[in-house]
Each structure stands twice: as structure tokens, then as C-alpha cells.
Ligand binder design. Sequence first.
Ligand SMILES: *Cc1c(COP(=O)(O)O)cnc(C)c1O
Length: 389
Amino acid sequence: MTRIFDDDLATGLGTQAIHAGQRPEPLAGAIMTPVYLTSTYVQDGLGRNKGYEYARSRNPTREALERNVATLEGGRHGFAFASGTACVDSIMKLFQSGDHVICGQNVYGGTFRLFDRLLQNYGLRFTYVDTRDPQRIADACTSRTVAVLVETPTNPLMWITDLSAAADITHRAGALLLVDNTFATPIFQRPFDYGADIVFHSTTKYLNGHSDMIGGMAVLRDDALAERLGFIQNAAGAVPGPFDCWLALRGTKTLHLRMPRHDENGRRIAAWLAARLGAERIVYPGLPSHPQHELACRQMRGFGGMISVDLGTRERAAHVLERTRIFSLAESLGGVESLISHPASMTHASVPADRRAQLGITDGLIRLSCGVEDGDDLVADLDRAFDER
Ligand SMILES: *Cc1c(COP(=O)(O)O)cnc(C)c1O
């Protein structure tokens, strides 16, 4: 008899991270899910197959990842996509021309670009609101509102949205709450517990955690909605390859070990920066000076490794960005290695300058993604880089 991991066997996130969604491979019993590098499957006879016909529709490596992340989020159905952006695009295909979507004002730059430069051309309507104040979501609702999309904490300003307040307002309007959980991961925040309808990720970031693939993932609880998104996954076809799924699955096995270390380094560096530069320049939800620190404590079990620092001017930012040796100057985040970046000219270059200014993504803002290296070394690296000389 093939042993299949039963989610009821363990409620611990660590055990689930390692086992959920996986089963020994049937031919030899390999404990690791193989990379099923195949486009098609041999059928036993006309109309008789093993449930697999073509790899855009189903691939066993992809399914293992989908089940794994769905379990970690506390959902029932997972759908993997070729990127986080492809995931958002496919979710939006649930809606139709004329439908209205309310979107957090400070969402990932690529999500804004997708809505503003592409999907708007197909008749979807978007309103961007500061979801830190849930009342603004209520004020923006119309009879055509079908979804509210929030990211919490946001990138790079670390705005927090009260998920249960957002869910109440969204559901009262008869709409779906879509939550980008890329920054917090299910280790620190479980949006379904607060009423989210779809939780999604750029698996490129913390879930994979090793900066070696691009991917996205949507998790749902509702069976009927999941069936519709599954149809879109196959019909629009923005699926990831099996090797990328395998890499992400290898990543999620250590998510519960990596996240506490990102968090430990994040807290330590944020406190060090606050002591050195003044707390008002440091944006980190774990600092008591963060305007939404209390909400963050209520809604999250950890704060992670993302920190933004306002250095005042582009020159001062460049000085630091070019002097770190362990923190590498690069886009992206969530990997085991520490990165440093300049949102205004890198990740948020696709956001128009006036909009950036309005949001507070200034030329002096730098963003740190604290990895899982030794905290002493990371602090020493920043100490050298901040030195005026
Ligand atoms: C990176 C990112 C995305 C986009 O994901 P890709 O995999 O780069 O397409 C979406 N949301 C957040 C919060 C991200 O950090």
C-alpha cells in the first residue's frame, strides 16, 4: 500500500512543510518527488488513462507543490503559475469587462503595471485606495465591485492592512478578498483565518527562498471558485515547468526554519538602524515606532526580514548601496542571501514618478532583504557601509 501523507496526521507547520502533498514515487519508492519532465502521458486505451493526459493540464511535480502550499496556507486547492505576476493575471481572468476591482495603493509595482497598462484595456476597472484605513475600501465599493486586492505588509513601505476588517467590508459588498501573502508567508500570517478568499504568492521570494526560480501560487478554500481558477490555469496556460516546481518544493521544506531566522535578523538590524539613524527613518512593522505595530502584532506571528530605510537623498542611498559587501545590490527578496536595493530606480521604476512621490517611495529610500546569514556579520557589513568615509 502506498503511504500518502494525510494532512490530519500533523497540524504543525514544520511537519506539513516537509510532508504535505507528497507521497513516495510509485516505481521505486523514491522519497523525493521526481521532476516529471514530460509533455504527455501514454494512455492505456481509448478513453483510459491514469488521470494524466497532457502536462499543461496536470503534472505530478506541480501537483505536489500545489498540495504542499495549499496545506501550509490552510486552504484546500493550490494552483501554480509561471510567475507571481502570471498568477495575478490568471486570478483576474475570473472577472469580466465592466467589473470593478479595488486595489491597495502600495501594491507590488508589477501588479500595478499589469492592471494599469494591460488589464484596464480589457475593460476591467481599478480603484487604488490606501487600505491601511479599511473605511476607504468601503467608500470605494460600487455595485460592480467584484474583488478587493491587498498586500500586507506592502513593498517597500510596510503598510499593514487589517485583514479581518477588509474581509468584512469586502464580503458585505459581495466581493472576493484577494491577499498577496508573499512578504509574510504562512509561517507569519494566515489570511484565510481572517476571511481571505484567495491567498497568493510570488513563490520566487520566500517560499522558494533560494533565488533560483520564478513562480507564483494561488490557494483557495472554496471548491466552486477553485474549479474556475483551475479551468483558467489550463485554458490560459501560464503554468510553471516541473523543474521550477521541484525547486520551489525543495524550498518550502525549510520555510519554517528560514522564516524565524529572517525575522531574527530583521528585528536585530531594524533595532540597530533605529539606534543609529533614528527610528523615524526605519520602516519595519516589528519596531514599536511603526504606526501600525499593534495591528502587526495582532495579525502576524513574526515580521520577517524586510526593512526600508529613508536616507534622505539619492546620493546618501547610493553611498550605502555601493559599499555593502554581504548585502548584494539586486532586485527581488526573500532568498537566503541578503539583498539591498533602491526601490525608486529598481523594483518601482515601473510606477510613475508622481505616483512614487505621492506614496513616499523617495529617491533616498533603500530596502533591505535580510537573509539568513549570521546577524553579527550583517550588522558589521552595514556598519562599514554607513561609515561616512
Ligand atoms: C515579486 C512580487 C510579485 C510578482 O511576482 P513575480 O514572481 O516576480 O512575477 C508580486 N507580489 C509581491 C509582493 C512580490 O514581491
